[in-house]
Design a protein around this ligand. Structure first.
Ligand code: GYE
Length: 339
C-alpha cells in the first residue's frame, strides 16, 4: 500500500520529507500536500491509508491477447484493492492521449499505459511527469526523446520472438521456402520488432524467400482479408505463413481453406501469442508452431506501481520470458493455457 505523508503537518517536515523522496514519491507527496484534504488522503479512520488510484489506458480490443491483458490488469487491481480508472481507446491513439490527460487532471497516483504505436507520446508523458505521476508502460514500448518520461516498460522481447518464429520455420522447411508475412499494426512495437528479428534470421538463409508482406492489423478479419489477397496474387506458390499474432493466423487458416489448401499440411503456419484458440488450431493440425507472448501482466504492473508510489526503484525494463510450442506438444499443453 502507499504511504501517505501527513498533509497537515509543519511545512518544515514536509520539506524534509520531500527532500528525501525519490522523483516519483516526491510527486505523490506533493500531490497529497496540495490537492487533497487529510481525510481524503488517509481514509475516514485516522491511520487508514486510502486506496491507490490508477488510470489504465488500453489501446483497444483487437485480439484475444489484448482482452486477456485487460482482464489480467482489472483482476489484479480488484485483488489488491486498487481503484482502477479504465479507458478503452478503441484503436485510436488520440483517445489514449485524451484518457491520459483526464487521468492527470484526476491526480491519479500512477498511470498504466498500453500504447498503440511507438511515437507521439512525448507531450502527454511530459505532462504526466510534470504532475509527478509515474507511468508504467505495459506490453508495447514507445520512442521518446527523454527516457525519464516513463518509469518502466513491462513487455516481451519482440525481436527475440521474431527470431524464434524464423528459426523454427528454417528448420521445418530445411531452409528452403517461399512464404508470406502478416504484419501487426503499422508503427506498433511488436510489429516492428517481430519483423526485425524474423528477417535477421532469414538473412543467413538465402533459400527463404518472403513473397509478400502486409499488415493485417493484429485482427482475424483483416488477417483473412490480406491472406485472400496474397492467395489471389501468389496462389499455390505460397508454402508458409508467418503471422505476427494468433488472430491473423486464424484468419489466414480460413482463407487457405476457402482457397482449397490445407493449412498445416499444404502450407505451414507459425504465429505469436500462444492463446487457447491457437492451441486448439494446433491440436486440429491447422497451425504448426506458436511463440508464446504472455498477456498476463497485471501482477507485474501493480508490483511496479506499488513500488513507485512508495518511492522505491523499479527496473527500467522488465522482460517477460516466452517459450515456443510446436503442434506435437499442443494437446498436452492446452489444459494449461490461461488465455
Ligand atoms: O501480440 C497482439 C496484440 O502488443 C504484444 O498486440 C501485443 C500484441 C499481441 O494485439 O495479439
Amino acid at each position: 500500500m502507499i504511504k501517505v505523508v501527513e498533509s497537515v503537518g509543519a511545512s518544515l517536515s514536509r520539506v524534509a520529507a520531500c527532500a528525501l523522496a525519490s522523483a516519483f514519491s516526491l510527486a505523490l507527496v506533493c500531490s497529497s500536500c496540495s490537492g487533497e484534504s487529510s481525510a481524503d488522503a488517509q481514509g475516514a479512520n485516522a491511520g487508514e491509508a486510502r486506496r491507490l488510484r490508477v488510470g489504465f489506458s488500453q489501446l483497444g480490443a483487437e485480439s484475444n491477447w489484448r482482452s486477456a491483458e485487460t482482464r489480467s490488469i482489472q483482476e489484479e487491481a480488484a485483488k489488491r484493492g486498487v481503484e482502477l480508472k479504465f479507458s478503452d481507446a478503441q484503436g485510436q491513439q488520440e483517445n489514449q492521449i485524451r484518457a491520459l490527460k483526464t487521468f492527470i487532471a484526476q491526480k491519479v497516483d500512477a498511470i498504466v499505459l498500453a500504447p498503440k504505436i511507438e511515437t507521439g507520446w512525448d507531450n502527454v508523458l511530459a505532462d504526466a511527469k510534470a504532475a509527478g505521476i509515474p507511468v508504467v508502460l505495459v506490453d508495447r514500448g514507445v520512442q521518446v526523446a527523454d527516457p525519464s518520461l516513463y518509469a518502466t516498460l513491462i513487455a516481451s522481447d519482440f525481436v527475440e520472438e521474431g527470431r524464434m518464429a524464423a528459426s523454427w520455420l528454417v528448420e521445418a522447411t530445411g531452409g528452403a521456402c517461399k512464404l508470406v508475412e502478416l504484419r501487426g499494426t503499422v508503427g506498433a512495437a511488436p510489429a516492428i520488432d517481430r519483423q526485425k528479428g524474423f528477417m535477421e534470421v532469414l538473412a543467413a538463409h538465402p533459400g527463404m524467400e518472403v513473397l509478400l508482406s502486409q499488415s493485417g492489423e493484429f485482427g482475424i478479419a483483416k488477417g483473412k482479408e490480406v491472406m485472400e489477397a496474397f492467395l489471389k496474387q501468389e496462389g499455390r506458390r505460397i508454402q508458409a505463413v508467418y503471422a505476427h499474432n494468433d488472430d491473423m493466423a486464424l484468419g489466414a487458416i480460413q482463407a487457405l481453406e476457402a482457397f482449397g489448401l490445407r493449412p498445416g499440411s499444404d502450407v505451414k503456419l507459425v504465429s505469436i501469442d500462444g492463446g487457447k484458440p491457437a492451441f486448439e488450431a494446433m491440436v486440429a493440425g491447422k497451425l504448426d508452431c506458436v511463440v508464446e507472448c504472455s498477456p498476463l501482466l497485471g501482477p507485474l504492473a501493480f508490483d511496479a506501481v506499488e513500488k513507485l508510489v512508495r518511492g522505491e526503484a523499479v527496473e527500467r525494463r522488465i522482460v517477460v520470458a516466452d517459450r515456443r510450442f510446436t503442434k506435437e506438444l499442443a494437446a498436452a499443453e492446452l489444459p494449461n493455457r490461461k488465455y
